[in-house]
Design a protein around this ligand. Structure first.
Ligand code: FES
Length: 112
């Protein structure tokens, strides 16, 4: 297995408060959210309802409201709030010297 590693995504100052930035990865789009109290969350940019782009939603407290049909996704739980159901993939995130970093999980080496 490879070790976990932190990957720099960019400056925190480039993510607006109560806003998001979208990053395209090999595994699909990711959304980086910044709350009004400067907490940062990294999740897949895909609503669990019908795949709406969460990065274009409205950020409030620690949640985002999907722009398509209004589901509210709790960013701490990476899941829809009641009465809706569904989860999204989330990533560990940290701020290091003003840079947003995500933790890439360990991956198994390909069969030899
Ligand atoms: S796609 Fe997000 S609420 Fe429907």
């Amino acid at each position: 297995m490879t070790p976990d590693r932190w990957i720099a995504l960019g400056w925190l100052r480039d993510v607006p408060a109560r806003g998001a930035r979208r990053i395209v990865t090999a595994d699909g789009p990711m959304a980086i959210f910044r709350t009004s109290d400067d907490r940062v969350f990294a999740v897949e940019d895909r609503c669990p309802h019908k795949g709406g782009p969460l990065s274009q939603g409205i950020v409030h407290d620690s949640a985002v409201t999907c722009p398509l049909h209004g589901w509210v996704i709790d960013l701490e739980k990476a899941a829809a709030r009641d009465p809706d159901n569904g989860c999204i993939k989330s990533f560990a995130v940290r701020i290091s010297a003003g840079v947003v970093e995500i933790l890439l999980p360990r991956i198994k080496a390909a069969a030899e």
